[in-house]
Design a protein around this ligand. Structure first.
Ligand SMILES: NC(=O)c1ccc[n+]([C@@H]2O[C@H](COP(=O)([O-])OP(=O)(O)OC[C@H]3O[C@@H](n4cnc5c(N)ncnc54)[C@H](OP(=O)(O)O)[C@@H]3O)[C@@H](O)[C@H]2O)c1
Length: 376
């Protein structure tokens, strides 16, 4: 009796992957590696990645400073230098297509699109063996490949932060720094769809007016630079924008001075949520904000939410997000496609292409998310 379900022409492909065996500086520890796919079993799937982004947390994970650890395994075969080591594949987010299904799996079929549903899975590779628990099936009708590949981290983080900390009504105001980040752009779009106003802080730069125009086109209500935020006039300006109403929520992925400054604009009992620390700088909380305004300071981590919520709850959130994407209200994030993973390219060339994309993803003032678009 056979336990495999796949097209008759199915030949398990060679996997091209970006792997590391120890934590460290990404340029030092990452390498490209080619290996066989593990055999299909009755309870596993074979998936072919279509697109995988490079996110800041992926870089922190390789550096060993991110609490969610990747899966180190000896199942990825022998390295080109003959050593058989435990390896982890980089990347945490991605879209894949099911190419083979073990015969005990009933709810997934060849050709289905799935996104990776747990961190540490490893998405910078062309193919993988997975279990149904590793993935979330999404209906591909009406959604673009890149939009689907970038659903589970940034839009979900933005969605949860807008929903879970304060009760926002139409017309309310949210303030955020790092507003041009992938998460920030999702915040702008979801808030716009829900008729919530956003005050968006970005770092000043020579072409800041272009950036302001782009964020405006996504639905940003107001945009100011970090320098403008510090100016005396801004207090009155923001009061004028809000009509004197309280700003209920502040979202911070930067830290340092701008995070502290932003917290002063929150109204009584407002909530300041930190979800990133791109400046790598801490910030102080003035006692007056705690005593007289009762501002709440919290952190948010999407991985924790995924861990503590059921597959059904994850599916519910994704359906709502996909609905917004299909309506054209979300998923319009600037990106650069990196064609990657061709079966004809050698490991050295794949590594160099990857490192060049990583370099762009790590640089400040980069305007586009780097997304690997798989060529196999
Ligand atoms: N907690 C969670 O669950 C969660 C989920 C998703 C993302 N995140 C975090 O959110 C942050 C943004 O992620 P993303 O994918 O949206 O990133 P992204 O699209 O790559 O954007 C990076 C953002 O960080 C800013 N930035 C970079 N270096 C900076 C510096 N030295 N000082 C101040 N700002 C700086 C950039 O502004 P410029 O254009 O001015 O450089 C940009 O706004 C990261 O820290 C990420 O780890 C957290």
């Amino acid at each position: 009796m056979t336990f495999r379900r796949f097209l008759s022409s199915y030949v398990p492909p060679k996997v091209r992957a970006i792997v590391f065996e120890k934590y460290g500086k990404p340029t030092d520890v990452l390498r490209a590696h080619t290996h066989e796919l593990p055999l299909l079993t009755p309870t596993t799937l074979h998936i072919r990645f279509l697109a995988s982004p490079i996110n800041p947390a992926d870089i922190n994970q390789i550096e060993g400073v991110y609490p969610a650890r990747p899966t180190f395994t000896k199942e990825l075969g022998i390295l080109s230098d003959g050593e058989h080591k435990e390896l982890a594949v980089g990347g945490n987010e991605g879209l894949a297509e099911v190419i083979a299904v073990g015969n005990q799996i009933k709810d997934l079929n060849i050709g289905d699109w799935v996104v990776i549903g747990r961190s540490g899975f490893g998405t910078w590779r062309t193919h993988a063996a997975a279990t149904p628990n590793d993935v979330i099936h999404i209906n591909k009708e009406g959604i673009g490949l890149i939009q689907a590949a970038t659903l589970t981290v940034n839009p979900c983080t933005a969605y949860r932060m807008l929903k879970d900390f304060v009760s926002l009504n139409e017309g309310d105001f949210v303030i955020q720094c790092g507003a041009n980040s992938g998460v920030g752009q999702s915040v702008i779009q979801i808030a716009k769809a829900w008729n919530i106003n956003t005050i968006n802080i970005v770092r000043n730069r020579p072409d800041v007016e272009d950036l302001k125009a782009r964020l405006k086109s996504l639905g940003a209500t107001h945009i100011i630079t970090d320098e403008e935020l510090r100016s005396h006039k801004t207090k009155d300006l923001i009061k004028e924008w809000t009509g004197g109403n309280n700003i209920k929520l502040g979202l911070n992925c930067v830290g340092g001075e701008v995070a502290q400054e932003m917290s002063k604009y929150l109204g009584n009992s407002g909530h300041h949520v930190t979800y990133g620390a791109m400046s790598r700088k801490p910030f102080s909380i003035p006692a007056s904000l705690l005593i007289f305004k009762d501002i709440k300071f919290s952190g948010y981590w999407m991985s924790r939410w995924y861990k503590t919520h059921s597959k059904e709850e994850r599916g519910e959130m994704l359906s709502e997000i996909i609905r917004l994407v299909k309506q054209g209200k979300l998923g319009n994030v600037a990106y650069e496609e990196v064609l990657w993973g061709s079966q004809n390219e050698n490991d050295e060339s794949l590594k160099n292409k990857f490192l060049s994309a990583l370099d762009k993803a790590s640089a400040g003032f980069h305007e586009k998310k780097q997304i690997l678009k798989m060529q196999s």
